[in-house]
Write a protein that binds this ligand. Structure first.
Ligand code: NOJ
Length: 561
């Protein structure tokens, strides 16, 4: 059996702008993370993924990098980062960074050179093409952030490719100089002492031939196949693995959205792939109508589908690889607003945590999830900061199909600004995030939902998360919950039951996704209840009656079976 430190880790994702303001200028920063390391440690976290804090004009909050080697002043200095890294090491917390390989900022010196002339030595660092006649871009491909995947540049009368915003030109990975330059970037941070990377948009490093997407007569078509999971991506990653990931024994987790089917996930991250250690996929984020723009009135979770998705990935990866376990990231709605029940936020929140984080894989909690933070109550377009949400607002306005109020409602359900509001540390002004007015939104519900309240109440969501992570680390159960097998038990749709098993124990993880009481027949004499989000369990003649969103974990010593 393959065993690695990162399989036993408990991960936590930090979006630094909204995590904690360490120097009271209203902006979350590296000093803020440094100050909160003991907090993370007490939750049970020993691995942090920090989203980009590099020099950037912040068109996409740092994913538009202008200097891969330095820290943006709004986040602090390189010395702050070193201080953070040292303190984290002292506490036994490892750090991985976001490695942005697909694009740079248009303010990166490479691009500023590249756009100057067709014979500039940096021209070929990016993807340039002549337009079609009549001022049309080279193809009708659409970008993820709305509009065309091409932007026109007057200086040389050509278009550059940009599958995200206009200020994020795509790098040309066919160019070996680009490959080598990004290998150097990775080495630089590993030499400083980080333990690896979450690799941004990794599926998109290669492009199909520049032929219009279907339907060809449509001016803009968002067809991800044109730039997702194409064969050359694997050539680039194999090179990175040989030159940097392998020699440094770095942990690597690729962001592989969209079409991450099992076969392509194996290619990226099977144990013998020679590319990455894991991939984040998004299948489980799309099991209700949260992203169905015309149908957002009544959110309904398709539990059957959710179970199928989890099961599909768990089964596929049971021998050939390892999975990260995350409910959301900085691009997804808040968990309680997405899959939780507003009538039972605490019960449903605890159940969702149990259901996911006891699977086989490495948990990644998204900041604020552990205290039950919710979506932000947006009032106007002024409340948005995310470039894709703002583009979408104007696209919808132009379509003229919805009223202003309807557009705002739609955005408020799934905007990427939802998970980016300030972390609610306490009930003082600005939620204890900063002493001055923050540059990020502060959800008014911070008065009730905050870290301080959670820590003062033993029955809180926070303690439930801590309990789960303690189970994963407990010398008695670590082998079971980290390395044990996973098997789903067939049940009615509203129940999700799975078994974790190793040579010593068998654990039943029983989760109800229902607002009603639900019964479940279980013929075992369990030894103990390891976790329960209610005070009691109602059992009568092998029949367990689960209260709304109840989840329980029952364990049996195998010698007694
Ligand atoms: C994926 C990141 O998660 C998202 O926040 C970002 O906008 C895009 N990649 C582009 O870097």
């Amino acid at each position: 059996m393959i065993k690695k430190w990162w399989m036993e880790s408990v991960g936590y994702q930090i979006y630094p702008k909204s995590f904690y303001d360490g120097n009271n200028d209203g902006h979350g920063d590296l000093l803020g993370i440094y100050k909160k390391l003991p907090y993370l440690k007490s939750l049970g976290v020993d691995l942090i993924w920090i989203c980009p804090f590099y020099v950037s004009p912040m068109d996409d909050n740092g994913y538009d990098v202008a200097d891969f080697y330095d820290v943006a002043p709004s986040f602090g200095t390189l010395d702050d980062f070193k201080k953070l890294l040292n303190k984290a090491k002292e506490l036994g917390i490892r750090i991985i960074l976001d490695l942005v390989l697909n694009h740079t900022s248009d303010e990166h010196p490479w691009f500023m050179e590249s756009r100057k002339s067709k014979d500039n030595p940096y021209r070929d660092y990016y993807i340039w093409q002549k337009g079609k006649s009549k001022g049309l871009p080279p193809t009708n491909w659409g970008s993820f952030f709305g509009g065309s995947a091409w932007a026109y540049d007057e200086a040389t009368d050509e278009y550059y490719m940009k599958i995200f915003s206009n200020k994020m030109p795509d790098l040309n990975w066919k160019n070996e100089k680009v490959q080598d330059a990004m290998i150097d970037v990775a080495k630089y941070w590993l030499d400083l002492g980080v333990d690896g990377f979450r690799i941004d948009a990794v599926a998109h490093l290669a492009r199909a031939p520049f032929v219009d997407a279907e339907p060809k007569d449509k001016p803009v078509v968002l067809d991800w196949h044109k730039f997702s999971n194409l064969p050359d991506v694997h050539i680039y990653l194999k090179k990175m693995y040989q030159k940097v990931f392998k020699p440094y024994d770095a942990l690597t987790i690729g962001e592989v959205g969209g079409e991450a089917n099992i076969e392509s996930a194996y290619q990226y991250s099977a144990f013998d792939s020679g590319e990455l250690n894991m991939v984040f996929n998004f299948d489980h984020n799309w099991c209700n109508n949260v992203f169905d723009i015309d149908n957002l009135e009544n959110l309904k979770t398709d539990v059957k589908r959710l179970k199928e998705v989890f099961n599909k990935w768990q089964v596929a990866f049971k021998q050939r690889g390892w999975l990260p376990l995350n409910w959301l990231n900085h691009d997804q709605p808040r968990l309680i607003s997405h899959y939780g029940d507003q009538m039972y936020p605490l019960e449903s929140g605890k159940m969702l945590a149990t259901a996911l984080y006891l699977m086989r894989g490495t948990p990644f909690v998204y900041q604020g999830e552990e205290i039950g933070m919710t979506n932000y109550p947006f009032q106007s377009i002024e409340d948005f900061n995310d470039v894709s949400s703002i583009n979408r607002y104007y696209d919808l306005k132009r379509e003229n199909k919805y009223t202003e109020a309807e557009i705002l409602f739609k955005l408020s359900i799934n905007s990427r600004d939802n998970p980016r509001s300030a972390i609610q540390w306490d009930d003082t002004k600005y939620a204890g995030f900063s002493k001055v007015k923050p540059v990020v939104n502060v959800n008014p519900n911070y008065i009730e939902i905050n870290v301080k309240n959670n820590l003062e109440n033993k029955g809180s969501l926070w303690y439930h998360y801590q309990h789960i992570f303690k189970l994963r680390k407990d010398p008695k159960y670590k082998e079971l919950f980290v390395y044990g097998t996973y098997e789903q038990v067939p049940t009615s749709d509203e129940l999700y039951v799975y078994i974790r098993e190793n040579s010593a124990y068998k654990a039943y993880v029983i989760n109800s996704f229902s607002r009603e009481n639900v019964t479940y027949k279980l013929k075992i004499n369990f030894d103990s209840v390891l976790l329960n989000n209610y005070e009691n369990i109602l059992i009568n003649d092998d029949i367990i009656t689960l209260s709304p969103y109840q989840s329980v974990v029952l364990v049996v010593k195998k010698e007694q079976l």
